[in-house]
Ligand binder design. Structure first.
Ligand code: ATP
Ligand code: MG
Ligand code: MG
Length: 519
C-alpha cells in the first residue's frame, strides 16, 4: 500500500521534502556522513546466531555475542561478500589485504569491552557516488560525493532506557550483527544534497540486496559531521530518519553560526539529537582514546587481485543505469515510474515479465504494459484499499488480460473491472481469464454488426446528452474535461462493454452539432 501511495503522490512528497534549512551565504556549511548499514546476512558477523531484528530480547545470542571469555570470533563469509558488493557498486578500490582491529570503549550493551572494526586496513577505500541533476534533482549537472572508506564491523547491543520504571535493560540480539560503516569525505554543502544522497544510497543497498534499507528499524543509522567556515567539526550521532537529519542540521548550523557571530569558536565534540535540538554528549575522542590495536584472534583477509571484476560480474546494472534504461526505448517509462520500479525490486521483476509476455511474445505496444501495471494493477490495490500483493494476478494472467485489451477482445472498462473483481475475490485467482470473462459477463458484444453497435451507442449518447444539458453547456464553454462525466454515464449504462473511444466520438459529434446550431 505504502509503495503505491508513494508512487501516486511522488511529486507532492518531493516538494514537501525540498524545503528546509536556509543557509546564510556568509557562513558556509560543510558536511560529511558516516553511514552504518546492517548487512542482510543469515548469521551474525563472527558467530552463528541468526541475524534478525524481530526476536524477543536476548533470544538470538551466542556465548561470543555475550563476550564470554574463551569464545573466539570466526568471520562470516556472507558478510564479507556483501561488503564487497557495496564496495564495487560505489566504485571503491578493494584492499587485497585487510584486517580487523579492536576499538575499546565501555558501554553495557557491548560486553566484549571493545568493538571489532577495521581502523587501520579497511576492506575498501576511495570510491564515489555521483548525484545527477536529471535523476536526483540537484542544481549542478553532476556532484561527486567521494567515499573515503568502507569498513566491516560489528553492531552493538541495545540499551533499553524506557518502559522499565527507572531500570535500564540490555538486549544483546543486535550485538555482533554485521555492519558496514561507509565514510564519505566532507563533500556536502547543503541539506538537499544529503537527503538526495541518503535516498540514493538506500536505493542502492536495497537494489543489491545488501541491506533492507529500512531506517525506521535501524537498518541504516547515520552520523552527520558538520563544520562552518572551516571551523572544527561536530559529530551528531545516530540519526535514524531524514527528518532527524534535517532537525540535527538545522539546529547545529544555527548553533555554530550563533557562536561564530559572538566571536567564539566551535569546539570539536560529539552531540546527539534530543527533540529537535542537538545536545553535547562528550568532547570528541581521539583515535588514541580508543586504544585501537589489531585483533589477534582474526586472521588477515587476503583477496585475489581480480576480485573487483569477479564481484562486478555478479551484480546487475546499477540503479542509475537501470533508471536510464527503463526510461528509454523499448521500455519508455516516465522517469518517475522508472525510479519507482528500481526502488521496488519485486515490482521491477514483475514489470520485466509482463513486458516479455505482452511486447516480446504477443507483439503489442509497450504503452499497454506501462499503463496496465502502474495505473491499473497497482492503482487497483489503492482503490480497494488493500495491501499490495503482486501474486494476486501473476504476470502471465495480467499479460493475457492486457493482450485481450490490445486486441479489442474486451474493452478497457471490462478489463479494469476484471482486475478489481480478481483482487476483491481471491477465489478468482486460479480461474482462467476466459471463464472469468464469462462469469462476469465482460466480453465485447458479439453477434451484432458494428453498424448496429454504432447506432445503439449514438442513441444512448444523445439520450444522456439530453438529460444533462448543463454538462453539455459547460463543455461548450471550454470545460473540456467534463466530457469524462458523460462518458462515465454511458459506460455504466452499457456495462463497460463498449469501447470508450467510440462513446467519446459520439459525444464529441453531439457537442459539435450543438455548437454548429449556435446553441
Ligand atoms: N571539516 C569537516 N567538516 C565536516 N565534516 C568533516 C570535516 N572533516 C571531516 N569530516 C567528516 O567527518 C567524518 C569522519 O569520520 P571517520 O569515521 O573517519 O572518523 P571519526 O568520526 O573520528 O570516527 P568514529 O566516529 O567512527 O569513531 C567523515 O564523514 C568526514 O567526511
Ligand atoms: Mg566513523
Ligand atoms: Mg565518527
Amino acid at each position: 500500500m505504502g509503495v503505491v501511495r508513494r508512487l501516486l503522490h511522488t511529486t507532492r512528497v518531493i516538494r514537501a521534502r525540498v524545503k528546509g534549512l536556509e543557509l546564510d551565504p556568509a557562513y558556509q556549511m560543510t558536511c560529511g556522513l558516516e553511514i552504518h548499514t546492517q548487512l542482510k546476512t543469515r548469521h551474525k558477523l563472527f558467530s552463528l546466531s541468526q541475524n534478525r531484528f524481530d526476536s524477543t530480547p536476548n533470544s538470538n545470542i551466542s556465548y561470543f555475542d555475550c563476550g564470554l571469555p574463551g569464545t573466539i570470533p570466526k568471520l562470516n563469509p556472507e558478510a564479507l561478500l556483501l561488503s564487497l558488493k557495496a564496495a564495487v557498486a560505489m566504485n571503491c578500490e578493494i584492499a587485497t589485504m585487510s584486517s580487523f582491529d579492536r576499538k575499546h570503549y565501555f558501554y553495557p550493551d557491548q560486553p566484549l569491552g571493545y568493538q571489532i572494526t577495521q581502523q587501520f586496513r579497511p576492506i575498501a577505500k576511495e570510491g564515489e557516488i555521483v548525484l545527477r541533476r536529471d535523476l536526483d534533482g540537484i542544481s549542478e549537472e553532476y556532484k561527486r560525493i567521494r567515499i573515503k572508506q568502507i569498513q566491516l564491523e560489528q553492531d552493538t547491543g541495545k540499551t533499553l532506557y524506557d518502559s522499565f520504571d527507572g531500570v535500564i535493560r540490555i538486549d544483546l540480539n543486535r550485538a555482533n550483527i554485521p555492519l558496514i560503516e561507509v565514510v564519505t569525505e566532507p563533500d556536502f554543502g547543503s541539506l538537499h544534497e544529503i537527503k538526495v544522497f541518503v535516498k540514493k544510497y538506500q536505493t542502492l543497498v536495497r537494489y543489491l540486496n545488501i541491506c533492507s534499507g529500512d531506517m525506521e528499524n535501524g537498518a541504516i543509522r547515520i552520523d552527520v559531521n558538520i563544520s562552518v567556515n572551516g571551523g572544527n567539526r561536530v559529530e551528531i550521532k545516530n540519526l535514524g530518519s531524514t527528518s532527524e537529519i534535517q532537525a540535527a542540521l538545522e539546529s547545529e548550523y544555527e548553533r555554530q553560526v550563533g557562536l561564530l557571530k559572538e566571536g567564539e569558536s566551535v569546539e570539536q565534540e560529539t552531540r546527539g539529537l534530543r527533540g529537535d535540538k542537538t545536545v553535547r554528549l562528550r568532547s570528541k575522542e581521539d583515535a588514541l582514546d580508543y586504544r585501537y590495536f589489531p585483533d589477534s584472534e582474526l586472521p588477515l583477509i587476503r583477496l585475489d587481485p581480480g576480485i573487483t571484476s569477479q564481484i562486478r560480474n555478479t551484480i546487475p546494472d546499477l540503479p542509475d543505469d537501470m533508471i536510464l534504461k527503463l526510461s528509454s526505448a523499448p521500455y519508455s517509462l516516465e522517469l518517475r515510474h522508472a525510479k519507482f520500479l528500481v526502488q521496488n525490486q519485486e515490482i521491477l521483476d514483475y514489470y520485466m515479465k509482463l513486458f516479455d509476455i505482452v511486447v516480446n511474445q504477443h507483439g503489442k505496444e509497450v504503452k499497454y504494459v506501462n499503463n496496465w501495471l502502474i495505473h491499473e494493477y497497482l492503482g487497483a490495490f489503492n482503490k480497494l484499499n488493500i495491501l499490495m500483493d503482486l501474486t494476486f494476478i501473476p504476470p502471465e494472467t495480467l499479460g493475457n488480460i492486457v493482450t485481450l485489451v490490445a486486441e479489442k477482445e474486451i474493452s478497457t472498462a471490462s478489463a479494469k473491472q476484471l482486475v478489481l473483481n480478481i483482487l476483491s475475490d481471491p477465489s478468482d485467482s486460479g480461474v482462467s481469464i476466459t471463464e472469468l470473462i464469462e462469469k462476469y459477463d465482460l466480453g465485447q458484444i458479439k453477434g451484432v454488426s458494428s453498424d448496429e453497435i454504432d447506432n445503439a451507442v449514438a442513441e444512448l449518447c444523445s439520450c444522456i446528452a439530453e438529460e444533462n444539458p448543463d454538462v453539455i453547456k459547460k463543455i461548450r464553454k471550454g470545460k473540456k474535461k467534463a466530457i469524462k462525466h458523460l462518458i462515465g454515464l454511458a459506460m455504466k449504462e452499457s456495462q463497460g462493454k463498449v469501447d470508450s473511444t467510440l462513446i467519446e466520438n459520439h459525444f464529441l459529434a453531439i457537442i459539435n452539432d450543438h455548437k454548429n446550431n449556435g446553441e
